[in-house]
Design a protein around this ligand. Sequence first.
Ligand code: ADE
Length: 401
Amino acid sequence: MRIDVVSIFPEYLAPLDLSLIGKARRDGLLDVRVHDLREFAHDRHRTVDDTPYGGGAGMVMKPQPWAEALDAVVRSGAGRADGARPRLVVPGPGGTPFTQAMARELAQEPWLAFACGRYEGIDERVYEHAAQDLGLRVDVVSLGDYVLNGGEVAVLAVTEAVARLLPGVIGNAESLVEESHEDGLLEYPVYTKPASWESAPGTTRDVPRVLLSGDHRAIAQWRHQQRLERTAARRPDLLHASQPVGALADLDLALATAADAPELMVLTRACWVGEIARYGMFGAGEESVEQVADDLTRWQTWVFRSGGRLVASVRGRLDPQDPATWQIGRLMVAPDLQHRGIGRELLAFAEAQAPAGATAYWLNTGAGSDRNLRIYRKAGYRVRPGEGSFPGTVDLTKRRR
Ligand code: ADE
């Protein structure tokens, strides 16, 4: 793989000569070329920045030195047998978060170029020039939600994460497999000799016994459990993302309280963007948190969570005008979990909540909501002729068996 780095501080990239990355360069696995941006600035002071148009604090990197530097990098590959152009990565706090998945993706590229911005950033036209005039794929990539002084540290991090995935860079390829982030969980704790270690006078710390047992099954189970516990404690967001949801039974059920109102409001809008645009969704699009909370006093509302996130809900009540009818409403499943049959299960769940006296179910949906209508018809509901209880909707009913 070839890597070009353009920076006003080329010395900052010196660590790329060290350790496994340095060895990979010496072994010919990695061709790293660092360029000084100031070489492409031609005034007496080699100026690379200027004041921002529109005002504001700080300085902005000028387009011309950047364009010349990138042109030179691209031109230097003109004779390549594979005809490849570099993929341009611009580190910046406003970029896409850098992840192990992105490292794997970048490791597939034959050629990466990094543009290290400083100050308030690079003139936006440089990105356009790279993409449109030079035909490069351009990605702005962030190390995390904090601000560094420039892109150099990010280049060191991204280069190390990418280069270690290249064949031959890490001697023991197996050590790449059992790692944090490779399968969505953090790594288990590791220990080495001695098995019993005196960390302070009178205090000994022992390696967990299971690791000395020689029982590989038990060790694998223990390690997996440790990974889950660590991930839950340090990165619950990862655990939630890695939890498979295939059915209603995978979700945690609770009766909604006023504390759920903000998330319910968000879920409603997410589930019904289309409907809200077409019918106004009888005001569901504009409902305030207070209105959602107020509705919880008139309906029994159930919420379903996955890893703490509210992902489905439904509500029911006896019709105030006809106490033999159980009304079902606001049946919703988060868009990313739809098309798995969870909605159908949710409907059956809502029906099962009807009190003993109810002899029929009622629900209401948009007259043009074909998918909903199909699901409800399949579940035994019949459309009542004429307009439904709200403009643009139809009412559906089903006898209770
Ligand atoms: N440059 C400045 N802040 C950065 C960040 N968080 N990630 C990548 N590059 C940056």
